[in-house]
Structure formats: structure tokens, C-alpha cells
Design a protein around this ligand. Sequence first.
Ligand SMILES: Cc1ncc(COP(=O)(O)O)c(C=O)c1O
Length: 390
Amino acid sequence: MNLTASKKVQKLTASIFQEVAVLKRKALNRGLDVIDLSVGSPDLPPPAFVVEELVKYASDTANYGYTLKGIPEFHEAVSFFYKQRYAADIDSEHEVLQLMGSQDGLAHLATAIINPGDYVLVPDPGYPIYEASVTIAGGVLFPLPLLAENNFLPVLDDIPLPILEKTKMMILSYPGNPVPVLADSSFFEEVVHFAKRHNILVVHDFAYSELIFDNNPQISFMSVPGAKEVGIEFNSLSKTFNLAGCRIGYAVGNEQALNILGMFKSQIDYGVFYPIQKAATAALTSDYTLLQEQVKEYEFRRDTLMAGLEKSGWKLSKSPATMFLWAKIPAGWKSRQFAFELINNTGVAVIPGDAFGKQGEGYVRIALVQPAERLSEAAERIHKFLAKPK
Ligand SMILES: Cc1ncc(COP(=O)(O)O)c(C=O)c1O
């Protein structure tokens, strides 16, 4: 058989994670002890009471049918969580859509909303599915450069009017992946105003809403006046409660946008496993003390790695949020060359920044998904690597 991928799929680039996985395997085969700081999959366990809930409902064979959509308790739990954590009012019946992870929603939204030729504003660098989803939908990407000199916020006034006239949607993420910075309320207010003026749907990815450090405020786009008129926010239990493999997330906000996405999804899947929905409901309505402990753990990891790397003269910007460091690489290196030589020589795996967009060149993304001792060990190895002549 001679089979080729569709033209749309051919336009997608191979995932950098696969490329790095090959290098990790080769390093392992050469006997290197690999320290994997490449994929943002949490190494911490979910809370015990959440696992207990999952086991309890999974033991009942009555719970193995299709669920088709989110159960009312889950919707109410999301609304409760948003009120408690972000002081945002979400109507549980009309303003919540359950997803199989936020990736599910991010991947399908553009196809549900965008017609071929419509423009979508996407952050550069940005989480890869933003760009891929628009490519699949046949939309036109307009990158919003996130530059250090603008605190990694897009300059909305720089977008030409003829582009805005053709723009249907914009994607933002604060704190984001790979750029872990925060936006303040005034930026979000500007976004609401801008979106209303140009009739653009705002899509805010808030997957790291509970990994915000140093007592910085946790600002949901949904807490900003007028946000629900123009936008939706994706969120997830993957990083907040370490349930990444369970595939459960949700979108909140604009009812019309959620209805369109929900209608499209009803053609694609038959809902999240009931025991997972029950476990997620328990997590979202818990007392949240575990979230504070988790933040402390990530702060400690971040500070340990930064202190270790500073000894080698590599000074990184302190991440105010997420499980990532967005690290400007030492002068004289390209991102891919740095990341690939690092893994080949030391077994420390990171992701080259250009994999997230043109503006990511000159950076690598380091995931804090190993205990502090391993991060110290990684810093030691990087120190030796940088001390060697190139
Ligand atoms: C910024 C961002 N958004 C969304 C996701 C998708 O997460 P999930 O589908 O597990 O909710 C990820 C996963 O790493 C992410 O980093």
C-alpha cells in the first residue's frame, strides 16, 4: 500500500519530544544516567484521597458505561473551585464544558470556530498545539512575539488593522508554557477591550493556574469584568492535582463558544470515565492545603537548580510560575545545538526553545519534574559541560 498523510497533516511538524526521546534512548544505550527535564509530566503523586475516590468508583462495574458529558457534580465543583481560588463567577450549568484534558479542547476549538482563511493570533513562543490546531483548521497564523523587553506580553497596538479585520480568535496563556510569566489584571482588561472592539474570541490557557510562586496573585482571565462576553479559559487537573494521565480538564466562560465546542466534541468522544469524573470532583472541592505544599516543592526545586547553575556562571531568570524555567542560553550557542549536545554529553535532557516558535531561539525550556537532588546533579553536570571548550 502506498499511503500518504493528508495535506493538512503533512503541514504539521514532527514533535520535538519524539526527537529528544530518540536522543535520550541513545544516551541510555551508551550507559549515561539520563536526567529527564524535557517533558512537563508531573512526577509528584495525586492526593491520596483523590486516588481513593477513583479506586472506590472504579471497583463498581456499574460505572463502566459511556458518560457522554460532564456530570452535574463536576460542573458544580469547577464553579466552586473558580469562586474559591480566583473569585470568578462561573455558572455551572451553562459556563462549564468538561474535556479529556485541556489539550482536547485546545486541539478541537479552532476546527469548531475557524473557517479556512480566518486569522488566529498565537503567542510566539507558544505551546505547540496552538499553532497545530489552527493549521488543522485551515486558519492563518499571525504570531504575537513575546519578547523579554515587553515582559513577554504581546503589544496589541502593533497588530495591523487589516489583519485584525480578518482575525476571529486569539490565544494567550499567563502563566504559559514555555514562557512562565504572569499577566496582571490591567493587561487582561486591555485584552477584553481589544477583543470587544475587533470582535475576536479570546482563548486563555490557564493550565498552570495553581503553580504560581512567591505569593504572586493567581489571576484568572475569568475574574476580569467583561471576559465572559469575549472569551473562554481552559484549565486542567493534570498539573494542579497531578492527574495528567487521567485526561480530565475543562473550559469555562463564554456560553456560545462552549456550546459550539461541545457540539463538535459530541461527534468525537463519549465522555470521561465516571470514576475519573468523581475523583476530579473530590479534588476540586477539597481544602486545597496540598496545593500550597506543592507550590513550596516547585519553588524549592526552582531555587535549587538556579543556585546550582549560577555557580557555572549561567544566570537564569526566576520563574514566577509553572514547572518550567525559560532559560536564555549562554552566548555562542543555538538552541538545538545546546540542547542536543547537552543530552549527548551529560544525559541531561531539556527542550530547545525554537521548538515553540521563532522567538524561542536562544532559549531552552527546563522542566522541574525531578526531585531537588537530581536537579543539583543536573546543575553539576551542566557546570562541567559549560566549562569544557566547545
Ligand atoms: C500550556 C499547556 N496547556 C495545556 C496543556 C495540556 O494539558 P492537559 O491536556 O493534560 O490538560 C499543557 C500540557 O503540558 C500545557 O503545558
